[in-house]
Design a protein around this ligand. Sequence first.
Ligand code: XUL
Length: 513
Amino acid sequence: MALYLGIDASTQGIKAELIDTAKGEIITSFGINFGKDLPHFKSTDGFLENADPTIRHANPLMWLEGLDMLFSQMQKKGAPLSDVAGISGSAQQHGSVYLKNNFPEILAKLDSDKNLSEQLKISLSRQTSPIWMDRSTSAECDELYARFGERIQSDTGSPAIERFTGPQIRRFAKAEPENYDKTSVIHLVSSFLCSVLCGNSAPIDYADGSGMNLLNIKELDWDREITSFTAPDLLKKLPAVVDPSSIAGNLSNYFSKYGLNAGIPVQVWSGDNPNSLIGVGAAMPGSAVISLGSSDTFFAAMRNFKTDKAGCGHVFCNPAGGFMSLICFSNGSLARERIKTLCKVDWEFFDRTAGEMTRAGNNGKLMLPYFEPESTPKVLTPGVKRNYSNAEPAEEIRTIMESQAISMKIHSEWQQEDFKKIRITGGASGSQAFRKILADVFQAEIESISIKNSAALGAALRVANAVGEIPFHKLFDIFCVPNEVIKPDSANAKVYKDASSRYVEFEKINTSL
Ligand code: XUL
């Protein structure tokens, strides 16, 4: 039996999908939630509270405890871990982990009588990790732009962006030079967790590496000028960068306590969005993907390399080869959850009833749901704006969904592809009302696949491809077949075209764009 395990370390928890490629089945899915299952880290939404809304850090020890807990639960629930032939993973993008020179030695000698966090604690040169929600690096982004101008975007795929890793590293090196000096390696969340699995400091893959403002995506190597300007000796502190199909190493003996076979191949991990591109079966150009998670993202395999003039969109390497476009909306599920709480309703009402009680266009109501600083458009100071003063709960709920859908549509137009099919994934993709609104706003078919966690599935498919040598198109035919399609209602096309024009104006007067 050849089973492949995909793990996804997302903002709010860690999930796993175990697949059997011979039977063509997803055997089992698991998940732990940081807020609920590891409350002692005081990170209800997966990050540490900070009075400054631009500072968003997480405790890397929480990710390690989460990983131990996930494997222990899988074992307790009888998952056939001894049949796993390869593991790969996915993680929230852009976050950085800072480690001392004892990191490789501690990894090589992991003791299975102890847990991961107690052993690796002493290897952290910085106790917390800035994550993708961090926006504290505007000054560093300005400095990068002043030095490199448009080259940052044309060579790394993105302009200098607050949440990206290079600006995070520059800020740390400037603010804490002594701790920066004590750092001998800087990992992404993906390469950090991959290192832990294989017991040695793992490489970064091109796809997640593209979210750093450090990788020259035309040359597929660290950009020497940009890295040396970003922080002193940075090139020496970065892991090697490799093709996403590479094998990073072999599973450490530590994990045999969970019933896994030590020595099985561990494929290099990647970012959650590149993994999802694979997990929904959209690795070839033609259809776009909307992922509704803590952040909402809109992405697609690209036909031609093209950057976003407005500066919000990105070009990443596609794990299956070529490039992918991506645009990120930071106020995704967290904003929807806040509206649900404000409206005092349950998810059944939010995901279904509210849509049935209201009509497309919602009498012109619009909202800019910036509960947290926003990436698209760039808004550093949170603040929710409405173009109305009163609304019933059902209207308020339709407003946030319509506004988020319209924002996705207008900000993804730089890709100049008229997508007729969009695959949808992520926790909120279960919402019937949201799927219908997206179909009507984009005037495209919205296709769902059976599981919502496409990032973990994507990781499992990537390792099945790399280790099991099963071509992607065969894996997609088995694991990524749409099980529900919502067709657009052409009667609503004009309603949303008009609403989009009004949204553009509303956004313009309320933001710097
Ligand atoms: C993408 C982004 C987020 C994170 C969190 O650029 O910042 O989607 O990957 O999932």
